[in-house]
Structures are given as structure tokens and as C-alpha cells.
Design a protein around this ligand. Structure first.
Ligand SMILES: [Zn+2]
Length: 501
């Protein structure tokens, strides 16, 4: 990062001064960062920034760096997930019911279905009954209120009698598979009335982790969705609004192309990529792989190669880059082939298994490896089992970097929490919870991991005032500190979007 003298325009006035911050990776000297409007106007030795009018925040030698991006989140789904009571880790159903009682005791009366998430009834010794949830609601002064708890894997719901009645379920208690999906769908639809409320809370939570930009992969006409949200005041995080095939024609019909600013959003929302899913997933055994699994399956290909090339060619002609989901090594190879054959530009999302001969093709074709490092920790055991003998090539971040690929990080929230520090820590340490690091040869250095999350390569005079200030220098943080990185301040487009109290 390059300190430089203030280039403060006479026409503009200083709107914000960050006093006494040290530039991450830029030495120990405390600096003042001067902001005018949405730009950085100067980075000067501490004490030399102008003092008039502007809001000044003394950061006492803390660490400043570019704001953080989450390059892959299903934001609306995440927002609802975040708003729901977490009953994960409960050892018996009574403990989950007690959490419901506590949460309801603290909430105002409502007719709305109360939703929680995250239980694993396979780990319980006692049967979860509808009565337990009826009693919990009644004790909390919410008698007759429907309660629905989603299991961690979403294939089971636990409901009370009021929920069984509201959703026409066969019975209260545990409901599995198709009837469970029907209840989840109905409860999700009911909850969509609260979209704005939960999205506003999730944006604030993202800013509290230093996030200034989110690439939204929710299955919706995202440019339109976010245009509406910005008009209703949800404007604290920059949004890259991606579209799926079903919305591509609609977006193109509005004259939109990748990178265009969405009208009415002050440049904060831009049109993203066409999001395309080309194979399945690791856990379900449907990632498309060169090697057959124990059942002789190579996984699932959503498209033939001809179809894939046609879609990429059409999207490229319409002015869209492609965010191409490819998890298995054969899916990654075909994705690279498709970019090469069509000249389309974009990212390969996930790239969880990569053949050695394909590593260098990312850089050659200018295809970005858009990866989700927290998944490597969630999935290390299942990877050891399903990709035994191939784990050296799994989540191969160092190998990709050494082959010249550009890496970007995302959370894939709600699959992992929307928190870039988890991704950075996972990529650097490849462990959590005190376990042995997994396939440590593919760990990244701290700088590369930070750069994969930063919204810009560095803070620079004239650049956007999107930045985050932390209590700890990430270059010296251990794994637990990195995961829980204490954020002091977040600024997006020159505005303070989070300040620790
Ligand atoms: Zn995703």
C-alpha cells in the first residue's frame, strides 16, 4: 500500500477522517486516512490530516485494509437463516424446546409461524413430540402459536399442533421427507413477508464483519430485487446482482450487461454474471469426476458439452460473464473447455477437485477460481471418504495460486456463515477446532488469502473509500483470532456502516 500526500480537492470537503491507523502489510507507521464523499482523498502521516468539520474517528493504531467481499452468497436465504432460532448442538429435544421457550419469552406476541433450525434428531435418545413445542409456546405466553423447527439437513421438520393445523400436516411432532418439504415451503412463503426486515439485519451483520460487497447468487431477478431494496433504504453494502438462465432474457431485455450500474442505486448495485450450475455436489455424490465412485458413478452433468458451449456463447454475446458452478474435476475440465471454446469470460465457482493438467488453464484462459474455503473444513471427512486417494488435489488453493490463477473467496451462505474471516482462516490454516491441518500443502499465505477477499488490491488515494479496521494485524493472527477477527470499523462508499461500541 502506498501512502501519499493529500490531494484534497478545493471543491469538496473532507467528510471523514480515520486517525492513527496502520496499513495492513504496509509497515508500523500510524497514518490518517482522509475521506471526501465516497473516495479516499489522502493517506498521510498521523496528525497531518485536516481537522475542520469532518467527522474524525481515533483508531489508536488499529489496522486498516480494503473492505471485504463475499463473492458468493445466497443472500435472502441467508438472511432468513440468520433470523431463525438456532437449535443446533442440542443434546435432547427438551433442550431445543427450552431454547424455543426462551426465544418466545423475549418476543412480542405474534400470529406468525415461529421458525427455528439446525437440530439433528438422530443424536437424540428421546422422541421429539408436538406437545413439547406446544408447552414451550404456552409457557412463553404464545399459546396456540405455530412453531416449526427445520432439521439441519432440511429433510425433517419438528412441529407443534398449531403448526400441524396451519400447514395441514398429517400430525404434530417429527415430519419427514415430502410432507416436511411442503411445510418448509409454506413456512418460507409466509416468512417472505419479512424479507426486508431480515435482509436489513443481515446487511448490518455483514458490515459488522467488515463486508462492503456481496455477490448475490439468490435464485431471483437480482438486479430488480436490489433496485427495490436500495429504494427502500437497504443501501449499506455494495451488491453484485447475478442472474440465472431464467432471468437472463429479462435482464438483457432491460438492456443490462455484466458490470452495468443498476439505476437508482448510486453505483452501489451492479449487474453480475449469469450463474450456471454444471454438476452436482460432493456430499450427495453427484460432483462430476474423472474417476468413478464405489457405485461406478462419475456424478451428474447438468448439460451436455454442446449445450454448455451454446449457453456460454449466448451469454457472452449478450454481454454477460459466467459464474460456472463446477465441483468435480471432470466438471472443472469441461468448464475450462467451454470457456476456451467460446471465448466467454468468468469464474469457476467451487473448483473443489482439479486435475493437475488443468491447474495452469485458469491463468491461461483468464478464468478466476472462485472458491469457498470454509467448505474444506465442513467437508474434510466426507472428502477423505468419497475422494480417497485424490485429496491432494481437493480444494487445491496453493496449487492454483502457484499455477498463476487468480483466486476469489466466498461463503456460499447459508452453506457456511457469511463471514470472510472464516474463509481467510480456512485457506491459511486448513483447520479449526484444534484438529490436525488437512492437506496443509494447499494452504495459502495470509496475503494471498486477504487479497482473495479484499474488494480492491490496496487502499489508494482516489480509490473508493471501502475499508475495514481491525483490532489485530491479520498477518500475526492465529487461527482462532483470525476466525473471530475483531472488527472495529467498516466504511462503505465513505459512510460508516459499522462501528464497534
Ligand atoms: Zn451457492
Amino acid at each position: 500500500m502506498s501512502p501519499s500526500s493529500p490531494q484534497i480537492d478545493e471543491e469538496n470537503s473532507v467528510t471523514l477522517v480515520l486517525r492513527s491507523v496502520r496499513l495492513v502489510g504496509g509497515g508500523d507507521l500510524p497514518m490518517d486516512v482522509v475521506v471526501e464523499g465516497d473516495r479516499i482523498a489522502g493517506i498521510v502521516p498521523a496528525g497531518q490530516a485536516p481537522t475542520d468539520d469532518a467527522e474524525a474517528i481515533d483508531l489508536a493504531g488499529r489496522w486498516v485494509m480494503p473492505g471485504l467481499a463475499d463473492n458468493h452468497a445466497h443472500f435472502t436465504t441467508w438472511a432468513h437463516h440468520l433470523a431463525r432460532l438456532d437449535v443446533s448442538g442440542t443434546r435432547e429435544p427438551e433442550e431445543a424446546a427450552e431454547r424455543v421457550r426462551e426465544a418466545l419469552s423475549a418476543s412480542p406476541p405474534s400470529e406468525a409461524t415461529f421458525v427455528g433450525r439446525g437440530f439433528q434428531d438422530a443424536l437424540w435418545s428421546r422422541e421429539a413430540t408436538g406437545t413439547m413445542l406446544d408447552d414451550a409456546a404456552g409457557d412463553a405466553g404464545h399459546a396456540g402459536r405455530p412453531v416449526v423447527l427445520y432439521a439441519h439437513d432440511l429433510h425433517t421438520v419438528w412441529i407443534n399442533a398449531a403448526a400441524a393445523e396451519r400447514f395441514g400436516a398429517p400430525h404434530a411432532g417429527l415430519v419427514r421427507e415430502a410432507p416436511a418439504f411442503a411445510i418448509e415451503k409454506a413456512a418460507d412463503l409466509e416468512a417472505s413477508a419479512r424479507d426486508d426486515e431480515v435482509v436489513a439485519a443481515a446487511l448490518a451483520a455483514a458490515a459488522a464483519r467488515g463486508v462492503t460487497r456481496v455477490s448475490d447468487m439468490h435464485m431471483a431477478d437480482n438486479p430488480l430485487v436490489w433496485q427495490g431494496r436500495f429504494a427502500r433504504g437497504m443501501d449499506s453494502v455494495r451488491i453484485v446482482a447475478n442472474v440465472y438462465l431464467e432471468h437472463l432474457g429479462v435482464a438483457a431485455g432491460r438492456g443490462q450487461r455484466t458490470g452495468d450500474v443498476v439505476p437508482g442505486t448510486a453505483g452501489m448495485v451492479t449487474v453480475g454474471s449469469l450463474k450456471l450450475i454444471s454438476d452436482g455436489a460432493l456430499n450427495s455424490g453427484t460432483a462430476l469426476c474423472h474417476d468413478a465412485d464405489l457405485n461406478g458413478s462419475h456424478g451428474h452433468a447438468e448439460y451436455t458439452e454442446e449445450e454448455l458451449h451454446r449457453i456460454l456463447r449466448d451469454a457472452d454475446a449478450a454481454g454477460f460473464t459466467i459464474a460456472l458452478h463446477a465441483i468435480g474435476d471432470l466438471a472443472v475440465a469441461r468448464a475450462l473447455d467451454a470457456f476456451e471454446a467460446t471465448g466467454a469470460r468468468g469464474t469457476i465457482e467451487h473448483a473443489q477437485l482439479v486435475a493437475d493438467e488443468d491447474l495452469a488453464r485458469f491463468a491461461e484462459l483468464g478464468v478466476i477460481a472462485a472458491v469457498h474455503p470454509e467448505h474444506l473444513l465442513d467437508d474434510r471427512d466426507v472428502t477423505d471418504r468419497l475422494w480417497a486417494g485424490r485429496t491432494r488435489r481437493a480444494f487445491p488453493y496453493r496449487a492454483l495460486q502457484e499455477a498463476g490463477a487468480t483466486l476469489t473467496f466466498g461463503s456460499d451462505a447459508p452453506v457456511a456463515p457469511l463471514d470472510p474471516w472464516l474463509a481467510i482462516a480456512a485457506a491459511v490454516f486448513r483447520t479449526r477446532d484444534g484438529r490436525e491441518p488437512w492437506e496443509i500443502d494447499n494452504a495459502l499465505d495470509v496475503r494471498t488469502a486477504l487479497e482473495a477477499s479484499w474488494v480492491a488490491p490496496e487502499l489508494e488515494v482516489g480509490g473508493a473509500a471501502d475499508l475495514v479496521v481491525t483490532d489485530v494485524d491479520p498477518f500475526v493472527a492465529d487461527v482462532e483470532t483470525m476466525r473471530a477477527m475483531p472488527v472495529a470499523l467498516t466504511v462503505c462508499a465513505g459512510r460508516v456502516t459499522y462501528q464497534a461500541s
